[in-house]
Design a protein around this ligand. Structure first.
Ligand SMILES: Nc1ncnc2c1ncn2[C@@H]1O[C@H](COP(=O)(O)OP(=O)(O)OP(=O)(O)O)[C@@H](O)[C@H]1O
Ligand SMILES: [Mg+2]
Length: 254
């Protein structure tokens, strides 16, 4: 049975889209059927990392939210586009058209549909893992979309604001009986090797830290031009993402 996972963070720029894209590719390469959904509807960006142009997307999540098309119409198979030979990777993108983004901001949308999307992907399409790349923060629409998934990976940096915000986010999700796990990203390399770091941060944010990913200059200078793990299979960032993928698989089997 499949699982849906929200990749979320209290603050912006923590590496959600980077992690979603790279994790999706690694999970697919492990033979799974994966869907990466850009739920950052007001500032989509995941398509950039996957190298997907707007004309490759006939329909977007926006069309689905306004019932202009079926789920099948927004499912884009990007397995061969990314040169993956194992598993299946689909992408669901949000519109990049300014007028469509403006419409969503003005009129709102039914966030509860996201639960239907993941349920249908899992039940009717046999998807193993649905990854939702979200908009940062605690606005109502974002929290509802995070609550659409079974578990959340909360990304944070080693910054006091991130620590406080991640603690609050995990508490809110707990109130809704949602399980969240923390991923420390962009950790200063010297700090990343400290054996007690994960334990210490787990205590501070009152949620288990399941991965520590250091800051890598090469990831930053890659500048979202493609999926890093595909271009640099031997880089230590890739090994961290592979480890995270294995952890995610074990968490989904609990
Ligand atoms: N471990 C890392 N080391 C170095 N740079 C990183 C790392 N993870 C992500 N980055 C870089 O940080 C920047 C922000 O990443 P990304 O866009 O994935 O964040 P985000 O959380 O999706 O942002 P937003 O909240 O705006 O959606 C990107 O330039 C990305 O390449
Ligand atoms: Mg993002």
């Amino acid at each position: 049975m499949g699982v849906s996972i929200a990749i979320h963070s209290y603050r912006g720029g923590t590496g959600k889209s980077t992690t979603t894209a790279n994790l999706a590719v690694v999970l697919t390469a492990l033979g799974l059927k994966v869907v990466a959904v850009d739920l950052d509807i007001t500032s989509p960006g995941l398509h950039v990392i996957f190298g997907i142009s707007s004309d490759m997307m006939k329909f977007t999540l926006n069309d689905f939210l306004y019932k202009k098309c079926y789920l099948n119409d927004i499912l884009l198979d990007i397995t061969s586009h990314l040169g993956l030979s194992k598993g299946k990777l689909f992408f669901i993108g949000s519109s990049m058209k300014p007028e469509e983004i403006a419409k969503l901001l003005k009129e709102g949308y039914n966030e509860y549909l996201f639960k239907e999307v993941s349920d249908e992907l899992i039940k009717s399409y046999g998807v193993d893992i649905v990854l939702f790349d979200t908009h940062p923060g605690l606005t109502e629409d974002t929290i509802i979309s995070v609550l659409s998934s079974e578990l959340s990976l909360l990304l944070m940096r080693m910054d006091k604001q991130d620590i406080t915000g991640t603690y609050i986010t995990a508490q809110i999700l707990r109130k809704f009986r949602k399980v969240s796990y923390v991923v420390l990203n962009m950790v200063p390399p010297k700090l990343a090797s400290a054996p007690e770091l994960a334990n210490e941060v787990s205590k501070l944010v009152k949620a288990p830290v399941v991965a520590v990913i250091p800051f890598y200059e090469e990831v930053l200078s890659h500048r979202s031009r493609g999926v890093f793990v595909l271009k640099h299979p031997r880089h230590p960032f890739t090994s961290r993402i592979v480890k995270l993928a294995e952890t995610v698989i074990s968490l989904t089997r609990r």
